[in-house]
Design a protein around this ligand. Structure first.
Ligand code: G6P
Length: 611
C-alpha cells in the first residue's frame, strides 16, 4: 500500500519522482522520501513526515538533482510514521531501497543481522532487506545477484526498488505479491507501483511476473524469473491519458469521481449490451460453457467491493435462481469451505491488488471451483491476470480513497453477470431485454440524482455535529445502507452503522434519540411497507429520520421526518446504484463541513496490498 517510483535518465529525474509520488499518494501518505545518485557521487537522501507536499518543501530548501533515483510514499505497517521509519532505507556502502509490502520473517532476519554487527536505525521490516542485500553483495560482488539472493530468503509480500552507489547506471527491481511496473521511455526508464505514476513520461509498460527480478538501465531492461532464467515480458501500451488521474475543475477527486459515474457506467456497458441483449463479448466465449454449467456462485471481496457482492447475491438468487454466497475475503481465506459442485468463484476488486482478495482467489483455484471470474477496474492487475474469466469495469483511475465510481460500475458489471447467468437458467429473451434496458437507463437516473447535490449539501449541515448515525435498508438496499455508513465513517469520521431495518428492535433501537440521525433508503419495492413500519419505530423513540424515497412511495415530510425525493420510476434492478449516489454526496458534504481530508482520510489507503 505504499507507493514506489524510480527513474534512470539523462536528465534530472527529481521532478519525475515527485510527480510520480504525487500521483501515488492515494496508496499511502504518512511520510515520503527519495534517494538520488548523480554519477559516481554519494547517495543523497531526503525524508519527511506527512504528505508529498512536505517533501517538495524540503527539496525547495535543499535542492537535490540526479540522473538515477528512487522515491517512496508510505503507509505505515511496521513502525510509526516518522522520519527514521520513512523510506528509502540505506545500508552500508550506499545501498538504498524502497519497499512496498510486508516481510513476515523480518524478526528472524533482523536477529541474524544484528549478530553480524548491522546497526538498525528504524523499526521497519524494510531496513532488514537493505542490510541483507549488503550482506549478500559482499560475498557475491554485484547488486543484482545480491538482490536475488535476498529475495530468496524473504517470506511475505514485496515490491522493491534498489540502487547502489557502486552501480550508478542501474536500478534493481523485484516483485512478489505486490504490484510494480517498468515504464519504458526513449533512452530512459522508470519504475512505479502503478502506471498512473508514470503517465506523464511514458505509455509503454512492462509488468513483472511474480518472483521476477529486473535490472533497469537507461537503454535496457533485463528480467530474470524466479528460477533464475532470463525472461521476456511483453511491452504493453496503456490507453490511459495523463490527465485521467487529475482533479480538473473539482475540489476533490472524490467529488470528480462521484460526478463521473454516469459516464463510467455507460463505458462499462458499452459494446457489452446492445439490441436488448447481453453480448457474448461481455465475458468472452470461454464464459458461455461456464455459465451453462454453473449451479451456484461464491463471491469474495473486501470493503466497498464486498458491498457490491452483497447486492449481487439478491439479484443472482432472485433473477438467475442460483444459490449465491458472499464473503469478506480476509475471512474466507482462513476457512475451509465446502465447495458445492459447479460453483463459480467471483472476486470483485477495484484495484485487483487487495492482498486478501488475491489470496482468496489463489485458494479458490485449488478448491475445485467450476471457474474463477474477476470483476475488476485495473486491466493489468494481479487479480485479472490470475483469473480465468474477467469482466473489467471501465471506471478509469479512481484516486479518492473512498470508493465511488468503482462501486457503481461494479454493480452494473454484476448486473451483466446476473443477466448472463439467468440466460442459461430460465430467463426468456423478453426478460433479458427488460433487464438490459434497466441497466442502460442507470447513467441517466444517476445524472438526475446528481441534481440533488445542493439539497444534500444543506442536509449535511444537520449531520456535521453528530457523533453517530444509523443507516437502514431492507433486502438489496441493506448493502447500500452499509455502503452509505462506510462512506460517512471513512471520510467524515462520524461513527455510522447499517442495519437491515427489520433488525432494529433487536438492539439498535436502544441507541435512537434526537442526537442519532437515522437515514433510510426507501425505493418503491416489495419491502417498502415493512420498512415504513420499522421507521415508525424510530419516530416513536424521537429519532430524526432522513428518508431517500421514490416520489410514489407515499412518504410525507413531517416533524422529525425529512424526505429527499429521488428520481421517479427507479426499478428494483436499478435502485442499488441510483440510491448509493446521494449517500456518497452526504458523506462528501459532511466531510467538507468537518474539514477532514476527503481524498486521503486518516489511517486509510486506497489499495491494501498487505494482509
Ligand atoms: C481499501 C479501500 C476501499 C476498498 C477496499 C477494497 O480499503 O480504501 O475503498 O473498497 O480497499 O479494495 P479493492 O481494490 O479490492 O476494491
Amino acid at each position: 500500500m505504499c507507493g514506489i517510483v524510480g527513474a534512470i535518465a539523462d536528465r534530472n529525474i527529481v521532478p519525475i519522482l515527485i510527480e510520480g509520488l504525487r500521483r501515488l499518494e492515494y496508496r499511502g501518505y504518512d511520510s515520503a522520501g527519495l534517494a538520488i545518485l548523480n554519477g559516481t557521487g554519494h547517495l543523497r537522501r531526503l525524508r519527511t513526515v506527512g504528505k508529498v507536499r512536505k517533501l517538495q518543501d524540503a527539496l525547495a530548501e535543499t535542492p537535490v538533482e540526479g540522473h538515477l533515483g528512487i522515491a517512496h510514499t508510505r503507509w505505515a505497517t511496521h513502525g510509526v510514521p516518522s522520519e527514521r521509519n520513512a523510506h528509502p532505507h540505506i545500508s552500508r556502502d550506499g545501498i538504498a531501497i524502497v519497499h512496498n509490502g510486508i516481510i513476515e520473517n523480518h524478526e528472524e532476519l533482523r536477529e541474524e543481522l544484528s549478530k553480524l554487527g548491522y546497526q538498525f536505525t528504524s523499526e521497519t521490516d524494510t531496513e532488514v532487506i537493505a542490510h541483507r542485500i549488503h550482506f549478500h553483495k559482499q560475498k557475491l560482488g554485484d547488486i543484482f545477484r545480491a538482490v536475488r539472493a535476498t529475495v530468496a530468503e524473504l517470506e511475505g509480500a514485496y515490491a522493491l526498488a534498489v540502487v547502489s552507489e557502486d552501480a550508478p547506471d542501474s536500478m534493481i527491481l523485484a516483485r512478489a505479491g505486490c504490484p510494480v511496473v517498468i515504464g519504458v521511455g526513449n533512452n530512459e526508464n522508470f519504475v512505479a507501483s502503478d502506471v498512473a505514476a508514470l503517465l506523464p513520461v511514458t505509455r509503454k509498460f512492462i509488468f513483472l511476473d511474480e518472483g521476477d527480478v529486473a535490472e533497469i538501465r537507461r537503454t535496457s531492461v533485463r528480467i530474470v524469473d524466479h528460477e533464475g532464467n532470463n525472461a521476456q515480458r511483453e511491452v504493453r501500451e496503456s490507453s490511459l491519458s495523463a490527465d485521467a488521474a487529475e482533479k480538473g475543475e473539482y475540489a476533490h477527486y472524490m467529488l470528480k469521481e462521484i460526478h463521473e459515474q454516469p459516464r463510467a457506467i455507460a463505458q462499462t456497458l458499452e459494446e457489452r449490451v446492445a439490441g436488448g441483449k447481453l453480448l457474448e463479448a461481455a465475458f468472452g466465449p470461454l464464459a458461455t460453457e461456464v455459465f451453462r454449467r454453473c449451479e451456484a456462485v461464491q463471491i469474495v471481496a473486501c470493503g466497498t467491493s464486498y458491498h457490491a457482492g452483497a447486492v449481487a447475491k439478491y439479484y443472482i438468487e432472485q433473477i438467475a435462481r442460483l444459490p449465491c454466497w458472499v464473503e469478506i475475503a480476509s475471512e474466507y481465506r482462513y476457512r475451509n469451505p465446502v465447495v458445492p459442485k459447479n460453483t463459480l468463484f467471483v472476486s470483485i476488486s477495484q484495484s485487483g491488488e487487495t492482498a486478501d482478495t488475491l489470496a482468496a482467489l489463489r485458494m479458490a483455484k485449488q478448491s475445485g471451483y467450476l471457474s474463477t471470474l474477476s470483476i475488476c477496474n485495473v486491466p493489468e492487475s494481479s487479480l485479472v491476470r490470475e483469473s480465468e474469466l474477467v469482466l473489467l469495469t471501465r471506471a478509469g483511475p479512481e484516486i479518492g480513497v473512498a470508493s465511488t465510481k468503482a462501486f457503481t460500475t461494479q454493480l452494473c458489471a454484476l448486473g451483466m453477470l446476473v443477466i448472463a447467468l439467468a440466460k442459461f437458467h430460465g430467463t426468456d429473451p423478453e426478460r433479458e431485454r427488460g433487464l438490459v434496458q434497466r441497466l442502460i437507463e442507470i447513467p441517466g437516473l444517476i445524472e438526475k440524482t446528481l441534481h440533488l447535490d445542493e439539497t444534500i449539501k444543506k442536509l449535511a449541515e444537520r449531520f456535521a455535529d453528530k457523533h453517530h448515525a444509523l443507516f437502514l435498508g431492507r433486502g438489496q438496499m441493506h448493502p447500500i445502507a452499509m455502503e452509505g455508513a462506510l462512506k460517512l465513517k471513512e471520510i467524515s469520521y462520524i461513527h455510522a452503522e447499517a442495519y437491515p431495518a427489520g433488525e432494529l428492535k433487536h438492539g439498535p433501537l436502544a441507541l435512537v434519540d434526537a442526537d442519532m440521525p437515522v437515514i433510510a433508503v426507501a425505493p418503491n419495492n416489495d419491502l417498502l411497507e415493512k420498512l415504513k413500519s420499522n421507521l415508525q419505530e424510530v419516530r416513536a423513540r424521537g429519532g430524526e429520520l432522513y428518508v431517500f424515497a421514490d416520489p410514489d412511495s407515499g412518504f410525507q415530510p413531517s416533524e422529525g421526518v425529512t424526505v429527499i425525493t429521488m428520481p421517479k420510476h427507479v426499478s428494483h434492478f436499478q435502485a442499488s446504484a441510483v440510491y448509493t449516489v446521494p449517500l456518497q454526496l452526504l458523506a462528501y458534504h459532511c466531510a467538507i463541513l468537518k474539514g477532514t481530508d476527503v481524498d486521503q482520510p486518516r489511517n486509510l489507503a486506497k489499495s491494501v496490498t498487505v494482509e
